[in-house]
Ligand binder design. Structure first.
Ligand code: ATP
Length: 204
């Protein structure tokens, strides 16, 4: 049977329980065999964002967070590439690695609303299916006009799937804020990620 592989891109600065929760929900609802987390590289024209962790630290935290999840993996594909990294190119790379698999690009509704600005998006959506998680109150009625034609068609064909499970109310921004103030991150990030943030004085 054809394998279903989820690709979950993000800054993951740091990876948090909301990301892990939604990845499990994607895996259950779509029937994914594995989910590969893809931390973004550092912006190529400047240092890591002010106060943020660099790509190597974000990658390492993602590895710590998925260590106990047999179906989750982390790829450094977007970290080691030189220059700007586009989802279009990332998907081509995974298409070559897994020629017989069905790829699913996983994203939040906020990202979907920007899809028409992504490099070669119309080709991208022919090379990967797309699965979307929404926060409460977010829905496709808010989609920009450029996406309307594709949205209707993709939903009908099953190449776009909206997740039933809602996103939890946790964000990396909030975690960085708490870490800066020395507040506990218990229950918001994996224990090993919490320890790594503390030991390396990240986000201070
Ligand atoms: P920041 O607060 O720095 O903007 P973030 O928490 O939104 O970060 P990202 O690394 O930007 O995290 O997110 C990667 C992907 O995870 C995006 O597709 C985003 O929509 C999704 N995501 C972010 N927060 C959650 C959450 N609480 N539940 C589920 N998915 C989330």
């Amino acid at each position: 049977m054809m394998k279903n592989i989820g690709l979950f891109g993000g800054t993951f600065d740091p990876i948090h329980n909301g990301h892990l929760h939604i990845a499990r929900a994607f895996a259950d609802e779509i029937g994914l065999d594995s989910v590969i987390f893809l931390p973004a590289g550092d912006p190529y024209h400047k240092e890591a964002s002010a106060g943020g962790a660099d790509a190597r630290a974000r990658l390492h935290m993602a590895e710590l967070a998925v260590a106990d999840e047999p179906c989750f993996a982390v790829s450094d594909c977007d970290v080691v590439r030189e220059g700007a990294t586009y989802t279009f190119d990332t998907v081509q790379i995974f298409r070559q690695h897994f020629p017989a698999a069905q790829l699913w690009w996983l994203m939040g509704m906020d990202s979907l609303m920007q899809l028409h600005k992504w490099k070669k998006w119309q080709t991208l959506v022919r090379h990967t299916h797309i699965a979307v998680a929404a926060r409460e109150g977010e829905n496709l009625a808010q989609a920009p006009r450029e996406l309307h034609g594709w949205l209707g068609e993709a939903l009908q064909q099953g190449s776009l799937k909206l997740l039933n499970a809602p996103m939890c109310n946790v964000s990396s921004t909030e975690i960085r804020r708490r870490a800066r103030l020395g507040e506990s991150l218990a229950g918001l990030v994996d224990r090993r990620v919490e320890r790594y943030i503390e030991q390396n004085h990240l986000y201070r």
